[in-house]
Design a protein around this ligand. Structure first.
Ligand SMILES: *[C@@H]1O[C@H](CO)[C@@H](O)[C@H](O)[C@H]1NC(C)=O
Ligand SMILES: *[C@@H]1O[C@H](CO)[C@@H](O)[C@H](O)[C@H]1NC(C)=O
Length: 407
């Protein structure tokens, strides 16, 4: 009996110590010298206090949590228990922070002592626990001073950080189903130089969400080839089913330039991920075949053409094939019957499988008029531009089948 009492005493005092450790009083409040356990008892009679904040703070439960998360990008969640002194103490500061952050972030309260499933899903082990969710994914836990100013500045700082981490497959899947355009860095570490370069690049693109991961499984789910070395990056335009891998040095400028170019591509670079999408695109297509290296001039000329014909964007797709790159570029060039290193421009109409090659020098004006005549169906009459022997185009299904099975 004596032994049990001692054990019990030990247990309760360690719980109190544990609670003090987990829920320390905020530094700025001098009025918190009362014994926490006394305060807890007083609060037992007063469970309705969360209602006081209903005007500023959203209340969520297990039934409406997910839907709210999928509709709101920046959400700070306070998991609380209404008998908890520190939860009650935090609530007015939290509600004030909600006012400060109005229009930028949503502040949410969840009674974790009632919502057991949510508490379990987010490993809530103490009250209150504060998390910032971004894009429906829990990203940061708040440990700082629990005042309106510190909370709101912290949320703003995290939101402006630009890069968010993905650590689990659940998060990855949620992001893939809610985002439309994003960049994902596959890094050695979520902190340090690589992460800083990525974050710096992200600040130049407020219209693209940047993520980072160290998980090979997550990277693969985002179409990063398992053999790609870290650090690397992929740009996904999920709406269009396009994935564009980054193949340059991992610096902020190179990343920013790549994203600049990829988010509104005038010219699509053919990759294993977008090949099927391109082969099925019903638009007329202008293809440039050129080696990956030493073709800067002809590629930028091709981009100039794309820019000049951009008014006709919905009629004409510009595709660039790295003709000697291992993987898709080389194979598609072979399938098109194109050899050597000389750049070539080809017009291809998916709908009727007609194709034309541009003979002569590749200049801005020659490619541009070739494209315009193609759009106006004028190339039809110029049978001398059709060269079946040079051009052997695979059928759509054959091409995508072969692309899929070879990689
Ligand atoms: C979620 O459901 C709870 C309980 O029905 C309700 O009090 C709360 O207002 C709901 N929140 C939202 C944002 O719909
Ligand atoms: C991105 O594009 C804009 C305009 O198209 C340009 O002003 C800016 O310098 C580009 N940024 C980089 C890093 O290339």
């Amino acid at each position: 009996m004596e032994k049990t009492r001692t054990l019990l005493l030990l247990l309760t005092s360690s719980i109190i110590l544990f609670k003090l450790y987990l829920f320390p009083p905020t530094r700025s409040h001098g009025d918190l010298k009362l014994e926490p356990e006394l305060e807890l008892t007083n609060l037992n009679n007063n469970h309705a206090w969360p209602l006081l904040y209903a005007n500023d703070v959203v209340s969520l439960n297990g039934k409406n949590f997910s839907e709210f998360m999928s509709k709101n990008r920046n959400v700070m969640v306070m998991f609380y228990a209404n008998w908890c002194y520190w939860s009650k103490k935090l609530a007015p500061e939290f509600a004030a922070a909600a006012k400060i952050l109005k229009g930028q972030a949503e502040l949410v309260m969840v009674d974790a002592s009632l919502e057991k499933d949510l508490a379990k899903e987010y490993y809530i082990q103490g009250y209150p626990t504060l998390y910032l969710f971004i894009g429906g994914v829990r990203q940061f836990q708040f440990f700082d001073e629990r005042t309106r100013d510190v909370i709101s500045a912290w949320v703003r700082e995290k939101m402006a950080l630009g890069t968010y981490s993905i650590t689990t497959m659940n998060e990855a899947e949620r992001i893939l189903t809610t985002e439309s355009k994003l960049a994902l860095g596959f890094l050695h570490s979520l902190e340090g130089t690589e992460s800083e370069e990525l974050a710096a690049a992200s600040k130049l693109h407020s219209d693209v969400n940047f993520y980072q991961t160290t998980s090979a499984d997550v990277a693969e789910l985002f179409h990063i080839h398992p053999k790609r070395k870290r650090p690397t990056l992929i740009f996904l335009h999920l709406g269009a089913g396009k994935a564009t891998p980054f193949r340059h040095q991992f610096t902020r400028l190179a990343i920013a330039k790549f994203v600049n170019h990829t988010k509104h591509p005038l010219v699509l670079t053919l990759t294993i991920q977008n090949a099927e999408f391109i082969f099925q695109d019903p638009r007329k297509q202008l293809w440039l075949f050129a080696p990956a290296y030493g073709s800067d001039k002809v590629i930028s000329t091709f981009e100039e053409v794309a820019k000049a014909l951009n008014g006709k964007f919905f009629q004409l797709l510009h595709v660039y094939v790295e003709m000697n790159s291992e993987g898709v570029g080389k194979r598609v060039s072979q399938e098109f019957g194109i050899s050597g290193n000389a750049p070539r421009v080809i017009a291809y109409s998916v709908r009727d499988a007609k194709k034309y090659v541009l003979n002569g020098e590749l200049t801005l004006s020659s490619i541009k008029s070739f494209g315009e005549e193609f759009l106006e169906d004028k190339l039809l009459s110029q049978s001398d531009q059709i060269s079946e022997s040079i051009l052997k185009l695979p059928s759509q299904s054959e091409a995508s089948y072969q692309l899929r099975t070879h990689e």
